[in-house]
Design a protein around this ligand. Structure first.
Ligand code: PGA
Length: 255
């Protein structure tokens, strides 16, 4: 696990953008796993700028999003589909036929989830998965108690997540109670993980994730078991870490 502690949110976004751009340049047909939420917004802004100003080419990239609410049309202003197009996909040269986002309106949800897993497999798996983290330790919508071997499926959101996400809806009753989410097992098969967190509200979750015992009660702790997990957080999100070794560890290593 490589943990980099950056000075602030902008530095986290900058570093993450650098790593995603490196991946795309090295392998233009990379399969990138995208996340929604406030955390990756700074990263997406920078990717848009890199495309606009430096011609970063996304035309061969395939994308898979982590999750989507059940019951929202793709064009609903709070759907994750709409989020991704508005904040990233509309502004870069991604090929729409290579964009995969769970369909929260699928008639056969189980069938859709199995198909989604097959699509990930068909393209050879995810090269780089971007992740945020919930204050309760969820990864995507894998809430506490989620099986650490789980695959893409329907999950019930915890009351806590519903309340946290209510800020985006006009009232609490409008927040969907269910979502389709990649499983922890699905996420763990990505070749690299890039976990981003910023701010005091994530400090407890980051401490548990990096230093706590691996447990389904905090699914994010599973990143400790991944071979190539890269965690980029700001000072505030790092403020409860007991191990201070991470600070400055991003110095280049000797050849
Ligand atoms: P946030 O959400 O980036 O908006 O904090 C992350 C999450 O809940 O997984």
């Amino acid at each position: 696990m490589l943990v980099e502690v950056m000075v602030d949110y902008d530095a986290v976004s900058e570093r993450a953008a650098e790593l995603v751009a490196q991946q795309i340049r090295k392998k233009p047909d990379s399969v990138i796993g995208f996340a929604t939420g406030s955390t990756p917004l700074g990263l997406y802004k920078r990717l848009v700028a890199m495309h606009r100003d430096a011609g970063l080419d996304f035309s061969k990239m395939t994308t898979f999003n982590l999750d989507e609410y059940i019951g929202l049309l793709p064009r609903h202003d709070q759907s994750y589909n709409r989020f991704m197009w508005e904040h990233l996909f509309e502004h870069i040269n991604v090929s729409p036929e290579r964009v995969f986002i769970p369909n929260g309106m699928a008639d056969d949800i189980d069938g859709f989830c199995a198909w989604y897993e097959e699509q990930i497999e068909r393209v050879g798996g995810i090269d780089l998965q971007i992740l945020g983290i919930g204050a309760n330790g969820h990864l995507a919508f894998n809430e506490p108690g989620s099986s650490l071997g789980s695959r893409t499926r329907i999950k019930t959101l915890t009351a806590e997540t519903v309340v946290v996400n209510a800020r985006f809806f006009s009232n609490l009753n409008e927040v969907p109670r269910f979502a389709i989410t990649m499983g922890i097992g699905t996420i763990m098969e990505a070749r690299r993980l890039l976990l981003l967190a910023s701010g005091e509200s994530k400090a407890m979750a980051i401490q548990t994730t990096l230093e706590g015992p691996v447990t389904a009660m905090a699914p994010s702790t599973i990143v400790q078991m991944h071979r190539h997990a890269h965690v980029i957080i700001d000072e505030r999100a790092a403020s409860r870490l007991k191990n201070k070794h991470h600070h400055g560890i991003s110095e280049p290593k000797p050849e």
